[in-house]
Write a protein that binds this ligand. Structure first.
Ligand code: AMP
Length: 115
């Protein structure tokens, strides 16, 4: 998907501040951080546009994404202090990039902002 910004980041066509990478997952700093630590964790494969598109065959990949979230949190040093994982799906969640991704937010005590 060459018109997908996260596919282009995965392909190295758009620069990103890489936090963690393995065969299946890429984690990089969000360009507009909403917390002292704000990392995006994406499956490299454009398997789903959002959480709403996840299918049975994505189950293993999803587990790998969450292992990547743990790795990114450890690299950023927030694995003990804690963090919030958020995924936006669709218009009412204000999703802007339609390549499944998870926001990992931490580095300060987060308050209960869920809109
Ligand atoms: P969402 O609103 O859940 O679709 O989140 C998309 C996120 O991607 C936003 O938090 C943006 O700040 C972030 N974003 C957009 N373009 C880039 C980029 N080139 N590098 C890093 N983060 C980006």
């Amino acid at each position: 998907m060459t018109d997908c910004i996260f596919c282009r980041i995965v392909a190295g066509q758009i620069p990103s501040a890489k936090v963690y990478e393995d065969e299946h997952v890429l984690a990089f700093d969000d360009i507009a951080p909403q917390a002292p630590v704000h990392v995006l964790v994406v499956p490299k494969q454009h398997t789903a546009a959002s959480a709403q598109d996840i299918r049975e065959h994505d189950a293993e990949l999803l587990a790998r994404v969450f292992l990547g979230i743990q790795k990114a949190a450890a690299i950023k040093g927030i694995h003990h202090s804690g963090y919030r994982v958020v995924t936006n799906a669709g218009p009412d969640a204000a999703q802007t990039v339609f390549h499944l991704h998870f926001h990992v937010l931490g580095g300060r005590r987060l308050t209960g902002h869920f809109g």
